[in-house]
Design a protein around this ligand. Structure first.
Ligand code: NAD
Ligand code: IPM
Ligand code: MN
Length: 365
């Protein structure tokens, strides 16, 4: 195949800025490798609420499903924070994941040698860290019912339901087993089985699946509170982690600090079939939006994951990753990965995108 339809979802906050930077990189890549990529934008999040009064309009869903793949920037912002739940940007993102069946979210936290000092942790702790968090994405307390805020005995009570079915656990365990067997062969399942019934089932099903069908994978279990600590204490003990939706949300942001910045963490959201959605782990960073300060590398690295997982272009994916490393070797840094006195050059989102695009043109495919 030499022509791809990719839906771009710029979203909100820094989204349009990092999308613009990523577009330049992808355009350079197309020229380089001679395939075509039609980048068609669609609405999601706050910008979709403003334009269509819907955080994920039907036409966006249709366009995503008709594409070869989807590249999402980020959604959210103060402006919509007090909207009713159905008119919030986050609801659009969750709707997209659910309706596209994206139950598996791969969040790799790989420490690049150039950024070891960007982490707040000691060099010897983070050097060589390479962890993959496999986060379940369409279940858990995010989607469980009943949920709501009711008045009970004269006061308001808020509640959500942490719930997983066997089949939901089984399919994410299979993805995690597969990922782990292609990586270091070690899988750590993170739960709260000492307290939660849903976690007890999680542990039983994960154990069954891995012991039956992934004999090459060494499975361990850890409680989530300990895992949060171990990830900071000695992250090199981990290879692949599998967990439910909310634990994975929290642990992956935590893992970003091993790498140095949330602005470096890409992800792949995939389902049983159909297009995946490739999205940075970070949000819309409203505190720096519109200031040319955002780090576009998480989105550029998400585009690399798209090339690898959805478009079957592993060499082009590698080229993007190499281009990012060369630019870091050259000493270019956005503010989030710049250290005081590091002799590196502080650049904005635009300049970072251009520098990566230039390397894509220069490096050999
Ligand atoms: P956030 O990830 O937007 O920002 C957290 C911190 O990291 C901020 O200081 C921000 O400036 C920084 N940061 C994040 N990405 C960066 C980048 N690429 N370059 C430089 N710095 C970066 O999280 P938040 O502040 O808790 O949430 C802001 C909004 O984003 C909320 O509306 C939230 O719901 C939404 N959100 C969306 C997604 C998504 O689209 N997938 C993910 C997380 C949060
Ligand atoms: C993420 C975000 C989302 C999540 C929010 C914005 C719904 O934090 O992609 O990590 O919790 O999944
Ligand atoms: Mn998150």
């Amino acid at each position: 195949k030499d022509s791809y339809d990719v839906t771009l979802l710029p979203g909100d906050g820094i989204g349009p800025e990092i999308t613009e930077a990523t577009k330049k990189v992808l355009q350079a890549l197309c020229e380089k490798s001679g395939f075509e990529m039609n980048l068609n934008e669609a609405l999601i999040g706050g910008s979709a609420i403003d334009a269509k009064n819907d955080p994920f309009p039907e036409e966006s869903l249709k366009q995503c499903l008709a594409s070869d793949s989807v590249l999402l920037a980020c959604i959210g912002g103060y402006k919509w924070d007090n909207n009713p739940r159905e008119l919030r940007p986050e609801t659009g993102l969750l709707k997209m994941r659910k309706e596209m069946g994206l139950f598996a979210n791969l969040r790799p936290a790989k420490v690049l040698p150039q950024l070891i000092d960007a982490s707040t942790l000691k060099r010897e702790v983070v050097e060589g860290v390479d962890v993959m968090v496999v986060r379940e994405l369409t279940g858990d307390v995010y989607f469980g019912t009943p949920k709501g805020i009711d008045v009970v005995d004269g006061e308001r009570v808020g509640y959500n339901n942490m719930i997983y079915s066997e089949s939901e656990i089984e399919r994410i365990a299979r993805v995690a087993g597969d990922v782990a067997s292609k990586r270091g062969g070690k899988l750590c399942s993170v739960d709260k089985a000492n307290v939660l019934d849903v976690s007890q089932l999680w542990r039983e099903v994960v154990t069954d699946v891995i012991s039956k069908d992934f004999s090459d994978v060494e499975l361990s279990h850890m409680y989530v509170d300990n895992a949060a600590m171990q990830l900071i204490r000695w992250p090199k003990q981990f290879d692949t982690i599998v967990c439910g939706n909310i634990f994975g949300d929290i642990l992956s942001d935590e893992a970003s600090m091993l790498v140095g910045s949330l602005g470096m963490l890409p992800s792949a959201s995939i389902g049983e079939s159909g297009p995946g959605v490739f999205e940075p782990c970070h949000g819309s960073a409203p505190d720096i939006a519109g200031e040319n300060k955002a780090n576009p590398l998480a989105m550029i690295l998400s585009a690399a994951m798209m090339l690898k997982y959805d478009l079957d272009r592993p060499d082009e994916a590698q080229l993007l990753e190499d281009a990012v490393e060369v630019v870091l070797d050259q000493g270019l840094r956005t503010a989030d990965i710049k250290q005081d006195g590091d002799n590196c050059e502080l650049v904005g989102c635009v300049e970072m995108g251009e520098a990566v695009a230039k390397q894509v043109e220069t490096l050999e495919l």
